[in-house]
Design a protein. Structure first.
Length: 550
């Protein structure tokens, strides 16, 4: 036995869910009091494998129910072909492999990639989850990262200074079905940066430093009203996942009671089969009520807890928060407070979500959305549209960004009155929304200016419905001007560049007589006049430089 084992200690650092503020897992970190056992482990795969097992046992001694993160060098996995002793140790500790995430740590240079991928595949078959650690500050090749297809990608906090890189990694992770975590978060500014870039998890001394005793409470800075993540049809259920309290489906009612009474924060227990698939859901209050009834303990304590459970409510890991609410709405009202189990592609439980977390987050998102609406048209402002533009760019989509306004609007107000002008603006906004409902994003960016984000294919019906319609205010005929820039993948880097391409097109459209439409393409000189002037025949014109902006 090496002498270092006598002085080796372990510390625990929480992995925090940025959406809920809850501790999602604990990472176990080796802290030798003498020597540099970690440097030695980097050179000795057998030693590194032993350290991983010792880290698991250290966490087990703390009697934590939280999922665990254990570090292992990439070279160790490739050399050993997996960690058979760890699998045995997990079972001996009464834990399940899917409660353990292996953080695969750099370096990757000179690591046989085929051997590494085969080892990871074997660990996945056993049920372990895989995290790619040190991304942004390590040497993992991008191709290897995609081949690993990790469940979690841990980014170094230094990447937060390059938000485009973090957003790009978030897009990649969405394709891989992985979560994004940021390590080494030390300041509230970094935390806000992680949130705005779309990270779901984070670690760092801001929340809680590594400690010998797992932190019971963590600090999470309050979210500012304007802090939003990547917009979707609804927040992903991944953002709300909490650790699940699980026991084998063969567990007795007495075992469930012991778990619940010893863990007051646990709202329910999932009974799972050997593959980690939920079979029964035991709700805390209903279970303890049955056990505390007269003769309840005598009747149930030694019997299977299965009989006191209900069919579990489940959603896939790719579900949205709204889909979870649909699941909660089905069935009796007595089950509305039940946790909903989140399942991976193999129907294994990766955690649970609580109704309270969903309702709180969805309410916040609605408040934030309402705060950004234009009071006249109830349409979102420029921030919502530009954020969506950035998402389409990150997704590699071709899109058409259009600016529309009412010609000579000051004269409309002066001649017909501001009430008629306001009604005209509202009518144009409604027409834009209804023109190709479900296929566009419409924003009112102030005054008589609108932004429209759409696929290029819907431009013609949009123009036919809105631009070619007869408009009037106070009996006076009114025309509209439209400028469109079509952006192919790679032609613009963000919404600011799209705005810069759109600016000269706005000027060109306003220079034409009558209802006008000018269309250009990012990266291609010139533009096409599709409406306006002396006729509707296409014409080419140069794009004069104009200050970019809306």
């Amino acid at each position: 036995m090496h002498s270092w084992t006598d002085t080796l200690r372990f510390a625990f650092q929480p992995v925090v869910n940025l959406r809920t503020g809850a501790v999602a897992a604990l990472e176990t970190l080796a802290r030798p009091e003498t020597g540099d056992v970690l440097a030695e482990a980097r050179r000795d795969p057998e030693l590194d494998g032993r350290l991983t097992v010792l880290a698991l046992r250290a966490a087990t001694h703390k009697e934590t129910l939280l999922p665990l993160h254990l570090n292992v060098f990439a070279a160790t996995l490739a050399d050993l072909g997996g960690l058979t002793p760890l699998y045995d140790a997990v079972r001996a500790a009464g834990r399940m492999p899917w409660e353990v995430t292996l953080d695969v740590v750099p370096p990757y240079t000179h690591v046989p990639q085929r051997a590494l991928l085969e080892a990871v595949a074997g660990l996945r078959e056993q049920g372990f989850r895989i995290s790619a650690d040190g991304i942004g500050d390590g040497d993992v090749p991008l191709r290897l990262l995609t081949d690993l297809s990790p469940d979690l990608v841990k980014l170094d906090a230094s990447l937060l200074a390059r938000p485009a890189a973090v957003r790009a990694m978030r897009t990649l992770c969405e394709e891989l079905g992985a979560l994004v975590a940021v390590e080494g978060v030390e300041t509230e500014l970094q935390c806000a940066g992680a949130l705005s870039a779309g990270a779901q998890l984070a670690q760092g001394v801001l929340f809680a430093p590594p400690a010998r005793i797992p932190a019971a409470d963590v600090y999470v800075p309050p979210r500012s009203p304007g802090a939003v993540g990547v917009p979707r049809s609804g927040p992903s259920v991944r953002e709300f996942v909490r650790p699940a309290a699980v026991l084998p489906v063969t567990a007795s009612a007495g075992q469930v009671r012991a778990l619940l009474t010893g863990s007051p924060d646990v709202s329910g227990v999932l009974l799972v089969d050997q593959a980690g698939r939920p079979v029964r859901s035991v709700h805390r209050s209903r279970f303890l009520l049955s056990m505390s009834a007269r003769y309840g303990h005598a009747l149930y304590a030694d019997r299977p807890a299965f009989k006191l459970g209900d069919a579990p409510r489940t959603v896939g890991v790719d579900a949205t928060a709204w889909e979870v609410l649909d699941v909660v709405a089905i069935g009796g009202r007595d089950r509305t407070s039940d946790d909903v189990a989140v399942l991976d592609a193999r129907d294994r439980c990766v955690g649970v979500v609580r109704l309270a977390d969903l309702v709180r987050a969805l309410a916040e998102s609605r408040v934030e959305e309402a705060a950004g609406l234009n009071p006249l048209t109830r349409l979102p402002g420029s921030d919502a549209i530009t954020t969506e533009v950035d998402r389409w760019i990150a997704d590699g989509r071709t899109f058409a960004l259009s600016w529309l306004d009412i010609d000579h609007f000051k004269q409309v107000n002066d001649g017909a009155g501001f009430a008629a002008g306001d009604e005209l603006i509202r009518s144009v906004g409604r027409s834009l929304q209804q023109a190709v409902a479900g296929h566009t994003r419409v924003g009112h960016i102030g005054g008589d200016d609108f932004l429209v984000l759409a696929d290029e294919a819907v431009l013609d019906p949009l123009v036919a419905t809105v631009l070619d319609a007869p408009w009037s205010a106070g009996g006076r005929p009114v025309t509209l001007s439209l400028a469109t820039v079509v952006c192919a993948p790679g032609s613009v880097g963000d919404h600011r560049q799209a705005a810069a391409h759109l600016a000269p097109l706005k000027k060109a459209a306003k220079a034409l007589r009558g209802a006008s439409w000018v269309l250009g393409r990012a990266g291609i000189a010139g533009h096409e006049v599709r409406r306006g002037g002396t006729g509707t025949a296409p014409a080419q014109a140069g794009c004069a430089a104009v200050e970019p902006g809306w």
